[in-house]
Structure formats: structure tokens, C-alpha cells
Write a protein that binds this ligand. Structure first.
Ligand code: AOF
Ligand code: ZN
Length: 357
């Protein structure tokens, strides 16, 4: 199962809205087949592993990181394939939350007389597919907020200079993170100030995340690098009342413009729903401070990844990492759970999950 999890992990970022899954087939204590799901629309992990095992699959044990599917999706059901191959036992790390599966795959295997065990390395498997697990049930993207701040909580100097807060190792991690999400989201201010390209800059052939700008007033310049670079789609989130001429100009420049609510500001909850409808299952939120603050305040951030650089920049006007109105009492603060810390080059990476209860 450990090997199956490791193989799955290597395909992170390649499978679109699909989960990452690994499978290892073992006969008489020997591995006879291995496989991972590599791309949406192509073979599931079990199919690759069973194909490799061939006739040796008969009487074997299949270790799968996710419950074998029972539905006809883009590919036929894996549980039927396991039954056909006459495996004796299937060990599953966790059940598939997809409402089309949700226990039916396991039930079908047992019905066919196959021994099924569930729960081996379950936590690892659940964590590995945390984005899929949310999206497949809610159709709302899983949002990972990633930011880099100084010891005094600033995203930039008071002049706006922000190149760079964190070191090269942390910035390299960011490119991998971009590759692992289906969208990268920033506020209009960041798009104006930094003129970022928001590409993964990795040479791997994979899904290029959509670049998403929250821009209520459609201030994004037509000359921005985001629009010039055509390697991935550009989505501009705005409001219904936005200037129709600006909207048309952005669309002509290749952007997809989506109106989210009729207020002054983009309704972020509506935005998440509309992105979900377009099969954007996960988003890497890269600020700035106002957008981070608004997303957190509205309970729309699922996970936090925060680099802390060992430096102090000062300046009362310098933007903080979460820039929102704030609470009156410490007792009302939003708290985070399952926090972890690791060193990345000179920086520290804090990770955890906001708890909104
Ligand atoms: C498995 N093994 O390797 C994967 C599974 O559109 P399809 O046919 O690819 O189906 C996608 C759904 O199948 C996905 O939402 C999830 O429920 C399951 N993924 N199941 O047995 C695999 N990738
Ligand atoms: Zn399957």
C-alpha cells in the first residue's frame, strides 16, 4: 500500500479533477503488477496493474489506495475488471466519496465473493486526495492559500516592493504547487502591481492551471503579461455592473469574463461556485492581502501554506498577509488546526487548516 501511495503521489497535478490512485498486485508475496492513474480519461490504476499482472492476477491480492470504482465513467468500472481477473483479496485504503461510487465498488466486490479489507493507511490516502474529496461532493473548488511573509507579517515593503520575500527554494516550491492546482487566483491589485505571468514554469507535460484574476472594476490592463502568454486560460471574475466595453476588450484579448453577483465587489462565494461549474476543482490563492483576508473571512480557504522569511521590513502601511477589517476580541480570531512546520531553504513553511466553527 505504501508503494501504491507513492506511485499515486507522483502523478499529483496530472489527473485534472480525478483523484490520484495507485495499485499494487501481489501474488505469493511477490509483486506481479503495479499501476497508477496518470490522466483523466485514461486507464485507472487497477487497469494498468492488472494488465501487467496478466494471468498471475488469479488468486492474488490487489492493494488499491482508493475504493475501486463501480460506475461507467470515461472508463469501465474497475470492480468488474478485478472480478474478471479473479483476484482473491482487495485491500483498500479509503472509500471513494464520489456519490456515483461511495461504497458500491466494495459492495460489488464482496458480492462476487472477493475478500475486501478497508482502512489500511487510510489517513494518508484521504490527505493525498483532499482536493478531490471536497470537489467531488460539493462541486466547490478546494482552495489552498499560499503566501510568503516577513517575521512582522508583511507581504511587501511600504513602497510595494515585494521581490522577493522568500528565498529561491520556497519560490521553487510555489511552482510545484501551481502545477498541482487547476487554477491560480490573485486580486486585481497584485495583477497590476506585479504584472505576473502565473505560469508553472515547469517543463512537465501536464494540465496548465487557469489563471484567475478577481477584478470588480476590470482594471486589468490589456497589455498585461497574463493576457500575452497564451499557455493557459485566463479567467477574470467581475460583477454584473462592470463596464461592458472593458469586458468586451478583455474578451477580445482572450480572457473569459465571469460576472459574480450584482454588488460593488465580486461575490467570492458565487465565484467559487461558478469556477466549480467550469470543472476547476482546486485553486491556489496567491493574494494579495485584501483578497486573502476576504476569502478567509468568508470561510472560503480550505488550507493554508505560509512561508515565513527570517526578516523584518516594518512600515505601518505595508500590507499584511490577511488584510481585512478584523475582530474586536482575540476570542473571535479564526483559528487553524493540524499546523505543521518545516524548513525550506532559509524560510519556514507553516501549513494547516482553518477551522471556521
Ligand atoms: C478507481 N481507480 O485509478 C481512479 C478512480 O471519468 P473516469 O472514468 O476516469 O472516472 C472518474 C471517477 O472514478 C473519479 O471521480 C473517482 O470516483 C474514480 N477514480 N477510481 O477505481 C482509479 N482514478
Ligand atoms: Zn476505476
Amino acid at each position: 500500500m505504501r508503494l501504491a501511495l507513492d506511485m499515486a503521489q507522483k502523478a499529483k497535478g496530472q489527473t485534472d479533477i480525478n483523484p490520484i490512485v495507485g495499485c499494487v498486485v501481489v501474488k505469493d508475496g511477490r509483486i506481479v503488477g503495479i499501476g497508477a492513474h496518470l490522466r483523466r480519461g485514461e486507464g485507472h490504476a487497477e487497469v494498468h496493474a492488472l494488465r501487467m499482472a496478466g494471468e498471475q492476477a488469479e488468486g492474488a491480492t490487489a492493494y488499491v489506495t482508493l475504493e475501486p470504482c463501480s460506475h461507467h465513467g470515461r472508463t469501465p468500472p474497475c470492480c468488474e475488471r478485478l472480478i474478471e481477473a479473479q483476484v482473491k483479496r482487495v485491500v483498500v485504503a479509503c472509500t471513494d466519496p464520489n456519490p456515483q461510487v461511495a461504497g458500491r465498488g466494495i459492495a460489488r466486490l464482496r458480492e462476487a465473493g472477493i475478500e475486501v479489507e478497508v482502512g489500511l493507511l487510510e489517513q494518508e490516502s484521504l490527505r493525498m486526495n483532499e482536493m478531490f474529496n471536497k470537489y467531488i461532493v460539493t462541486r466547490i473548488p478546494f482552495v489552498t492559500m499560499k503566501s510568503a511573509m516577513t517575521l512582522d507579517g508583511k507581504l511587501a515593503a511600504k513602497t510595494g516592493d515585494s521581490r522577493y520575500v522568500s528565498g529561491p527554494e520556497a519560490r521553487a516550491v510555489t511552482h510545484t504547487l501551481r502545477h498541482q492546482h487547476m487554477g491560480i487566483m490573485v486580486g486585481a491589485e497584485t495583477a497590476l502591481a506585479d504584472d505576473p505571468e502565473l505560469t508553472t514554469r515547469l517543463s512537465v507535460p501536464a494540465v496548465h492551471p487557469a489563471r484567475i484574476v478577481v477584478d470588480s472594476k476590470l482594471r486589468m490592463p490589456l497589455t498585461s503579461r497574463l493576457l500575452k502568454d497564451r499557455s493557459a486560460r485566463v479567467i477574470v471574475l467581475t460583477v454584473e455592473g462592470a463596464d461592458p466595453a472593458r469586458r468586451a476588450a478583455l474578451e477580445a484579448a482572450g480572457a473569459e469574463v465571469i460576472a459574480c453577483g450584482s454588488g460593488e465587489r465580486v461575490d467570492l462565494a458565487v465565484a467559487m461556485r461558478k469556477l466549480g461549474e467550469r470543472e476547476i476543482g482546486s485553486i491556489l490563492l496567491e493574494g494579495g492581502g485584501k483578497l486573502n483576508g476576504a476569502m478567509l473571512e468568508q470561510g472560503l480557504i480550505d488550507k493554508l501554506l505560509l512561508f515565513i522569511a527570517p526578516k523584518v521590513i516594518g512600515g505601518a502601511e505595508a500590507t499584511g498577509v490577511f488584510d481585512f477589517h478584523g475582530f474586536e476580541l482575540m476570542a473571535d480570531a479564526i483559528t487553524f488546526k493540524e499546523m505543521q512546520v518545516e524548513r525550506v531553504g532559509q524560510d519556514f513553511l507553516l501549513s494547516g487548516y482553518p477551522s471556521y466553527e
